[in-house]
Design a protein around this ligand. Structure first.
Ligand SMILES: Cc1cc2nc3c(=O)[nH]c(=O)nc-3n(C[C@H](O)[C@H](O)[C@H](O)COP(=O)(O)O)c2cc1C
Length: 193
């Protein structure tokens, strides 16, 4: 896929084909993509746990909340629609600096784009129960659980729709239960001088 098409179509996905695991080759590509990400002072203070074991994926899934803007019956993936892979993104407190959250954003962007190039959709999840997750995965106190990223083969579409300044920015499901994500026009957010 052409880069701009990849950027445009790599959206947040919230329903997946749970019977179709992400192949090891794609897991390795996602792992490699984080390594290619720029980071402040080359500090490399992020750590990850990639979880593809189905039972453990389900335990992590139970600690996540999806699509806060939608009623749970619309936004929360149902049985059979769950992701098949999670990347737990952690910050090593001993190595972090003021820019580490940005480093995480850049790394997650690399990872989700690399996955999408292989047809694997994703959703970055900030809404995760961090304390139970740390306990579940035996994550040491020195690591801050920052986000998790869910991956899987999507079973819905998601498209951007350019909106006027007065319009609502809340994403929604259309008549096919596909996501529509309102986006401000370039003229509203960028001045060219
Ligand atoms: C830092 C961050 C945290 C997010 N946390 C959640 C979350 O907890 N649950 C969820 O369903 N989506 C979450 N999202 C996805 C956003 O809702 C989504 O990016 C936004 O609605 C725009 O849709 P798009 O990614 O398709 O452009 C998060 C995205 C980011 C970047």
């Amino acid at each position: 896929m052409d880069l701009m098409e990849l950027l445009k179509t790599r959206r947040s996905f919230r329903r997946f084909d749970q019977s179709r695991p992400v192949p090891d080759s794609v897991i390795q590509k996602i792992a490699r993509a984080q390594q290619y990400a720029s980071c402040s002072g080359n500090s490399q203070s992020l750590r990850y746990i990639m979880v593809s074991d189905p039972a453990l994926v389900e335990e992590i899934f139970a600690l996540t909340r999806w699509a806060a803007k939608l009623p749970p019956e619309d936004g929360q993936p149902k049985p059979g629609e769950h992701p098949t892979l999670f990347a737990v993104v952690m910050i090593d407190k001993a190595a972090q600096n003021d820019w580490t959250p940005m480093d995480a954003g850049i790394a997650m962007n690399n990872m989700t784009l690399a996955a999408w190039e292989e047809g694997v959709g994703s959703c970055i999840l900030g809404n995760v129960a961090r304390v139970p997750l740390a306990k579940l995965l035996d994550i040491p106190e020195q690591m801050h659980v920052y986000t998790v990223v869910a991956f899987g083969y999507p079973t819905h579409r998601s498209t951007l729709r350019e909106v006027e300044p007065s319009e609502d920015l809340t994403y929604y499901l259309d008549e096919n239960r596909d996501y529509v994500v309102p986006r401000k026009k370039i003229e509203e957010v960028i001045q060219f001088r």
